[in-house]
Design a protein around this ligand. Structure first.
Ligand SMILES: Cc1cc2nc3c(=O)[nH]c(=O)nc-3n(C[C@H](O)[C@H](O)[C@H](O)COP(=O)(O)O)c2cc1C
Ligand code: SF4
Length: 689
């Protein structure tokens, strides 16, 4: 199909200093959990984005010196020449597909604690980041940098820039964002210096200017020099000479970099979940930059709609459309727009599972795109899949996230697929969950697959079709896949942090009951030891329906795991805003309609709450009765010509959506595959030169 002329502007080349991007699609710096220890995986992952049409593909943060050591978070290094060839694998992969390669050189300053290198952390004035998240908390404080330290830092940046040029990069960054060292010089809370690097904005910006200058000298006109800078805090600060300190900083440096890459200051605002922020959420902070510089500006905002992208350019906000998450969810997003297939874009849902994998220190995962990170080690391509290995027919029972993904991938392989769903419509748990506060965007998991399945002639979807084991035997497909989901349990929680003791009786509910339309009496208590989104979302949902709601959790925070997905600060603000009382480090021990008994997790001190409805959001167990019934009938299966019965998704092991989608996809990739190919290739660092 031909490209819609409305989107032609997105495919104009953009000159960035000495290099030219082929179009305006810019995959911004983002870590992917694949450090120098997984160079082939990293190269294939970024090369696939270039193949998918991105004009520029960047690395994640790359440390310039061992005094910037973020372990256990997964960061890359360019500490000496030994690191060059590892990065060269990526630049080759990116160049092979006609894109430019960018590298984000990074020093973490007082935000890192150098757990591995054990070097003394550096900062402008001896101030550290006093974060409370387990991976960021530390008990090593930084030293205040003296003149020698500043000279050394400039030297490290220059050496790293030279190595970046040798590795084949086209764009080399100075990174003054997100609490890291150059950013620390910009903010007066970090920077209490009384020398030429502290005090006035002109002084605070000096280090960034010098970093840009040494980088430019080091790349000797062969690479563009980019500045990535966080402007949220600076924009909120008044300035005597400009509308804000952010305006002042941008004016002072206006033409110094070849490219401005502008963003927010903290991960929860820079990379906000769709639950709390919509597409383009950065615009109110960064919209002024384009007016103060002649150099191209790139910015982000979970852009998935080509119309929003065109709007950003036509309204003079951005020159290049930056993307981290949309390029993970669909590495082929630019190509699809180019080929008039924008309806096929697998849009990011803003769930932030990807960022959670960075916090976990593992290769990036994505709810929408199960192939991400698997390009090299499993040979999974986001757009191509091996043809069917046999003329088999496959029956999938259950059209939730796992069943849908499985049907789609098997259908694309060419298998004859029947997808049977007991409910009147497909979607499984998504049908209820996407109606809950803030989760509407997650419906893209369902709607994208619905749209793609509609195009396949070899996948038939049967709705309102409740199948028994006998029905399945009668149908006699070659393979049967059970994707019947999971159920929430009415279990409480022991001091050993294990689900125990079923609590049946009036007034006790689970999310499944609410999905089924149960009417709850006020006051209600949500007892959450699932720790992800469901507990806090349901509390908000019930409060919106007029109930007085309390939230109880044995964890230290509401929705404790959501620290991993950048949701936790806003979860707390939302609960507080909805008037929901929060009881942390607390478990429920008993309930009678009217009164709930609680115990402190550590002291066992007892308290009581008025409560007429208790919602337990804790353990989930597979709904695998159909699987068990079939698996027990080996002889009947053989007689019916059924060669295999398998479980996928929550019916195998309950988990987040990302696990269900992955499980369905993996089954489809591996059907009829040579068992020898089922283990993934293990990546390893390149040998030292
Ligand atoms: C998994 C992940 C890792 C990230 N790592 C980095 C990083 O290494 N350096 C950086 O400057 N920003 C990083 N970011 C932030 C993104 O570059 C970007 O600013 C943010 O995700 C907003 O863009 P988006 O809405 O297109 O995702 C990361 C984001 C994600 C999702
Ligand atoms: S994991 Fe979620 S937020 Fe991240 S890219 Fe995928 S869909 Fe988007």
């Amino acid at each position: 199909m031909a490209r819609n002329p409305r989107y032609d502007i997105l495919f104009e080349p953009v000159k960035i200093g000495p290099v030219t991007a082929r179009n305006r699609f810019y995959a911004v710096p983002h870590a992917a959990g694949m450090t120098n220890s997984m160079p082939h995986m990293r190269a294939a992952f970024r090369g696939t984005k270039a193949e998918g049409g991105w004009g520029v593909v960047c690395t994640g943060y790359v440390s310039i010196h061992p005094s910037s050591d973020d372990a256990p978070l997964p960061f890359a290094t360019l500490w000496n020449d030994d690191d060059i060839h590892s990065h060269a694998l990526m630049t080759e992969a990116v160049h092979r597909h006609g894109a430019l390669a960018g590298i984000e050189l990074w020093h973490g300053g007082g935000s890192v604690v150098n757990r591995t290198s054990r070097l003394t952390p550096l900062s402008p004035s001896g101030t550290s980041w006093m974060a409370t998240h387990v991976n960021f908390m530390g008990n090593q404080r930084p030293k205040a940098m003296d003149a020698d330290d500043i000279r050394a830092l400039l030297g490290w940046q220059a050496q790293a820039a030279r190595r970046a040029r040798s590795a084949g990069f086209d764009i080399v960054y100075v990174y003054a964002g997100m609490g890291y060292l150059p950013y620390e010089f910009l903010l007066p809370e970090w920077n209490l210096r009384t020398d030429a690097y502290g005090g006035s904005v002109a002084n605070r910006v000096r280090l960034v200017r010098e970093l840009l200058e040494v980088t430019r000298e080091a790349v000797a006109g062969e690479c563009a020099v980019a500045l990535r800078i966080s402007l949220e805090e600076l924009r909120a600060r008044p300035s005597a000479v400009a509308p804000s300190e952010a305006h002042e900083v941008v004016t002072l440096l206006a033409e110094v970099p070849d490219l401005w890459d502008v963003k927010m200051d903290s991960s929860p605002t820079d990379c906000p979940p769709s639950r709390f922020a919509s597409e383009g959420s950065h615009e109110p902070v960064i919209d002024f930059v384009r007016k103060l510089t002649l150099k191209p500006v790139v910015g982000v905002g979970r852009f998935t709609s080509p119309d929003s992208m065109v709007g950003q350019i036509r309204r003079g906000v951005l020159d290049l459309i930056g993307a981290a998450r949309p390029s993970i969810a669909d590495p082929f997003l630019p190509r699809k727009i180019d080929e008039g297939r924008e309806q096929e874009i697998r849009e990011c849902i803003g769930c932030n599972i990807c960022i959670s994998s960075w916090h976990d220190g593992v290769p990036v995962r994505c709810t929408q795109n199960p192939t991400i990170g698997e390009e090299w080690r499993r040979g999974w391509h986001p757009e191509r899949i091996a043809p069917a290995g046999s003329p088999a027919s496959v029956l999938i029972v259950g059209a939730g996230p796992a069943g849908l993904e499985c049907a789609l991938a098997l259908g694309r392989r060419g298998y004859e697929v029947s997808l049977a769903e007991a409910a009147d419509d497909i979607g499984g748990r998504l049908r209820f969950e996407t109606r809950l506060p803030g989760l509407a965007t997650w419906a893209r998991v369902l709607e994208w697959r619905r749209g793609q399945l509609d195009r396949l002639g070899n996948v038939t979807v049967y709705r309102g079709n409740l199948l028994s084991a006998a029905d399945i035997l009668e149908l006699g497909n070659t393979h049967v896949v059970i994707a019947t989901g999971a159920r929430w349990a009415r279990l409480l929680y022991s001091p050993l942090e294990i689900p125990v003791g079923a609590l049946e009786g009036p007034g006790v509910y689970t999310p499944d009951d609410i999905a089924a339309g149960a009417e709850l009496e006020s006051p209600a208590v949500v007892f959450d030891f699932d720790n992800y989104y469901m507990g806090s979302v349901l509390a908000e949902h019930l409060a919106r329906h007029g109930l007085r709601v309390s939230y109880v959790t044995p964890a230290g925070h509401a929705s404790a795991w959501t620290i991993m997905s950048n949701e936790q600060p806003q979860v707390h603000r939302t609960l507080f805003g909805a008037g929901i009382a929060l009881h942390t480090l607390t478990r429920v021990t008993a309930f009678e309609p009217g009164e709930l008994t609680l115990a402190n997790l550590f002291t066992n001190a007892v308290t009581r709450l008025e409560c007429r409805s208790l919602v337990i959001v804790g353990a989930r167990f597979a709904s695998d009765g159909l699987y068990t019934a079939l698996a027990a009938r080996t002889a009947d299966l053989g007689a019916a010509g059924i060669r295999s019965v398998a479980r996928i998704g929550d019916a195998l092991a309950p988990g987040a959506l990302v696990h269900a989608v992955y499980s369905g996809h993996r089954y489809a990739r591996e059907l009829d595959a040579d068992p020898a190919t089922l283990l993934y290739r293990r990546d390893a660092p390149l040998p030292l030169t």
